[in-house]
Design a protein around this ligand. Structure first.
Ligand code: NIG
Ligand code: FE
Length: 426
């Protein structure tokens, strides 16, 4: 046996951290086992090169194991806790205006679908989005991107779906590109032309679906900006049959399927997710034991959104515990949007996962980082502090990650590292 030592080369060192959270048995995709354990390493340093982690270890052993470039940057991590940057894999962050009046109507007893059917809800926001320019929409959304980053989010998905005509859907895609340009946070675009049936097409939803499949999807694919194609499979939105057409049309153009399933009613969205090989099925508020069985082993990431069920004042929440028991790689995300969920920020979603879904602190952290990364098809690149992955890290002024969800509504983020670069300091 040779005593050969691998030397890592580094250009950025996160030095002398109090602790860093690693996942000893990370889920590595379809067919592999889900691990829910976390480990807090003490007195560690993390080194990266060109944005990727090359070494994690005891701070005393850094110089023996890592060759540090002459112009390398050091970041003093004394007193700080490092966790993987949060991944918010489901948001409708790009919108205009607000729906505070509808919020109050819901508090007084109107339901979300009643408000949508009366031309409010998503259609209300669609009018606001259509009336603004790209620059105005950018300004409306920039503040929310900053709030997400301030909570520790390093990757965020943003859906279209408030344009609901081709011109305005493409406008939303353009604004998301402007956000990608302006901010260091990783942004993933999801096309969601099938978010609602526009008010003037309600008697004619099949032809609206045909238009999405034949005209919008090819045009969206041509921009090369969107990765995913999402659909709202629900009463008063899109049937399973219509959703199938839309997701299959997207697949032909390289757009990977996602689905809003079982949010209010169980229509068969989970079966469709499995059938088309969706990357994720989201909401799953009403999903029953049969649905959980179908999801098991399918590779579809079940993404639960505890902020939404809370904001919709549901007494019932997604059956996350049963899903975990069934071995599913449960992910959590914010679903931030102007109607059904105004919660914004990874820390509050961590608290909601614990309080409403009864997930442990470890489960909530893994669900909001690694599994959420899988929900964006990035499960092997981001979402964990591991050699070979991007150095995307949230640094907190906390002793343990267990305090993130515990200090509900409080923010102890100290800094955010994205791609091996500090991008924010409190
Ligand atoms: O995920 N359910 C559909 N879409 C969003 C709500 C969007 C809105 O109300 O503006 C959701 O809940
Ligand atoms: Fe949503």
């Amino acid at each position: 046996m040779t005593n050969h030592k691998e030397i890592a080369y580094a250009d950025f060192i996160l030095h002398n951290l109090d602790s860093a959270v690693i996942y000893p048995n990370p889920y590595r995709g379809k067919g592999t086992k889900v691990g829910w354990e976390t480990k807090e390493l003490k007195k560690v340093s993390i080194a990266s090169k060109k944005g990727k982690i090359v070494w994690i270890g005891n701070s005393n052993e850094l110089s023996d194991n890592v060759k540090i470039a002459a112009n390398a940057k050091f970041y003093n991590g004394e007193g700080l806790l490092a966790v993987p940057g949060f991944v918010d894999s489901h948001t409708h962050l790009l919108y205009a205006g607000n729906r505070a009046d509808e919020f109050e109507m819901r508090v007084q007893g109107k339901t979300y679908l009643e408000i949508l059917a009366a031309g409010g809800g998503i259609l209300n926001t669609t009018n606001a989005v259509r009336s603004l320019s790209e620059e105005e929409l950018f300004i409306e959304t920039a503040n929310r991107i900053e709030l997400a980053m301030q909570s520790g989010v390093t990757t965020i998905e943003i859906k279209t779906g408030y344009g609901l005509d081709l011109k305005n859907e493409l406008k939303m895609i353009k604004v998301i590109e402007m956000l990608k340009e302006a901010y260091p946070i990783r942004i993933v675009t999801t096309f969601m032309g099938a978010h609602a049936v526009p008010a003037d097409r309600t008697n004619d939803s099949d032809s609206f679906v045909d238009e999405i499949c034949k005209e919008w999807i090819p045009a969206v694919a041509e921009t090369k900006c969107a990765v995913f194609n999402d659909v709202f499979t629900e009463k008063k939105a899109f049937s399973v049959e219509q959703s199938r057409k839309i997701l299959n049309a997207g697949l032909k153009f390289g757009l990977k399927p996602k689905i809003h399933a079982d949010e209010v009613n169980v229509l068969g969205g989970v079966d469709l997710a499995v059938e088309v090989g969706a990357v994720s099925a989201d909401h799953l508020l009403m999903t029953n034991d049969e649905g959980i069985k179908k999801l098991a082993g399918s590779g579809v990431i079940p993404t639960v959104l505890p902020g939404t069920s809370t904001y919709l004042m549901e007494s019932h929440h997604a059956p996350a515990r049963k899903m975990i028991q069934a071995g599913l790689p449960v992910a959590i995300a914010s679903d931030h949007n102007p109607g059904s969920c105004q919660f914004l920020g990874a820390n509050i979603i961590q608290s909601m996962a614990m309080l409403q879904l009864r997930m442990s602190a470890s489960e909530s952290l893994i669900a909001g980082t690694l599994h959420a990364a899988h929900a964006l098809s990035m499960g092997n690149e981001i979402g964990a502090i591991e050699v070979g992955r991007y150095m995307d890290i949230a640094l907190f002024d906390l002793e343990s990650f267990k305090q993130i969800g515990y200090h509900i509504g409080q923010n102890y983020l100290h800094d955010l590292i994205i791609n091996g670069e500090p991008v924010y300091s409190d």
